[in-house]
Design a protein around this ligand. Structure first.
Ligand code: NAD
Ligand code: DAU
Length: 341
């Protein structure tokens, strides 16, 4: 099989490329990425030079380029990770999120239709369901939960999901969609909660916690997400949505304190800052469908996964320090300068 992975220089796409290139030497993996601020070819060093791997630089929303690529490569499967993925950035620049996440998805769908791709898989997010109240731990997102988005990011992801499902219903394009909870693990860009806190704690810098730190996220190790997507593209039913999550809910404060304890750093580093506008309270996935229909189950609990992840950041300081020394050093000032109080 020839598989196009878009966004494979990012966090989850990069982990997925490693997973697929190593697990399926008989398949060819083509990684298409625009190399935005979030794309990093250093993440792909372990697979560079493997005979079943190829990198192509380009924009999923560039229609002539995408049509040429699909005509030339004749992909069997497309897995679309490429996106603008950071909620805070979507508050600063919503238009870019519509352009990449909605228009990019539509372009890939048109190319998949035109060139007879056998499976188009859309990597989506639990954020399309909006949020759950903090005082109702009995409630979970199922695949039937109505879409009810909060941020320009989640709205753009929901728009893309609806287009994907519309192409199935209207044109019979063979699609699947997965909606996963918060990922963590190696190669996670240090603007997101866990890698930001690890990198700043190691430098004895303040840890900016939004609001009171009571918001809840449902954490899944990235390798469990990769295994779930692999299963869906091979065994999932066309036209279906699959939720992915492992029942690992933690408040943000619990996550930050776990990191501080593991690194033997004081809780006095925590600094409460102005909340994110529209901040979703709680995410929690009900993964019954993928467990019962496809036999997926996560390998890692949060406790084992976070310990491995912290160790990875300790062992791979060059990877994230390289990012922090570049363009991203201005980002922290711009994003947090006015929020500190
Ligand atoms: P990321 O920001 O780390 O990576 C995104 C990648 O997409 C980058 O390599 C970037 O260069 C590339 N990209 C951006 N615009 C592009 C364009 N126009 N054309 C081609 N490439 C482009 O994101 P991530 O955290 O790895 O998320 C990957 C996907 O998974 C996204 O679709 C996101 O919505 C979804 N998702 C993420 C999480 C999470 O916790 N991170 C959870 C559920 C779903
Ligand atoms: O649920 C899946 C989603 O998870 C994905 O679709 C997104 O692409 C991904 O970025 C992630 O979104 P979140 O907004 O949940 O992740 P983030 O790491 O930005 O924030 C996690 C929580 O931590 C959230 O409640 C906000 C809070 N936070 C975040 C940062 C960056 C802080 O308190 N301080 C911070 O500095």
């Amino acid at each position: 099989m020839k598989i196009l992975v878009t966004g494979g220089a990012g966090f989850i796409g990069g982990n997925f490329v490693h997973y697929m290139v190593n697990k399926y030497p008989e398949d060819v993996i083509v990684n298409l990425d625009l190399l935005t601020y979030a794309g990093n070819l250093e993440t792909l060093k372990p697979v560079e030079g493997k005979p079943n791997y190829k990198f192509v630089k380009g924009d999923i929303a560039d229609r002539p380029f995408i049509m040429d690529l699909f005509e030339k490569e004749q992909f069997d499967v497309v897995v679309n990770f490429a996106a603008e993925s950071h909620v805070d950035r979507s508050i600063t620049d919503p238009g870019l999120f519509v352009q990449t996440n909605v228009m990019g998805t539509q372009t890939l769908l048109d190319a998949s239709r035109q060139f007879g791709v056998k499976r188009y898989h859309q990597v989506s997010t639990d954020e399309v369901y909006g949020d759950l109240p903090l005082d109702r731990p009995d409630l979970f997102f199922t695949e039937e939960t109505p879409l009810h988005t909060s941020s320009p990011y989640s709205a753009s992801k929901a728009g893309a999901d609806l287009l994907v499902l519309a192409y199935y219903r209207t044109f019979g394009t063979p699609v699947t969609v997965s909606r996963c909870s918060n990922n963590y693990g190696p190669y996670h860009f240090p603007e997101k909660l866990i890698p930001l806190m690890i990198s700043r704690a190691l430098a004895d810098e303040s840890l900016p916690v939004y609001g009171k730190g009571e918001n809840v996220r449902d954490w899944l190790h990235v390798s469990d997400h990769c295994a779930a997507i692999d299963l869906i593209i091979r065994k999932g039913k066309v036209g279906e949505v699959y939720n992915i999550g492992g029942h690992n809910e933690r408040t943000n404060l619990e996550v930050v304190k776990t990191i501080l304890k593991a690194l033997d750093k004081p809780e006095s580093l925590i600094q409460y800052v102005t909340d994110r506008p529209g901040h979703d309270r709680r995410y929690a996935i009900d993964p019954t469908k993928i467990e019962t229909e496809l036999g997926w189950e996560p390998k890692y609990t949060f406790d084992t996964g976070i310990a491995m992840t912290i160790q990875w950041y300790l062992d791979n300081q060059e990877w994230w320090k390289h990012i922090l020394s570049g363009e991203y050093s201005n980002y922290f000032e711009n994003m947090y300068g006015d929020r500190l109080h």
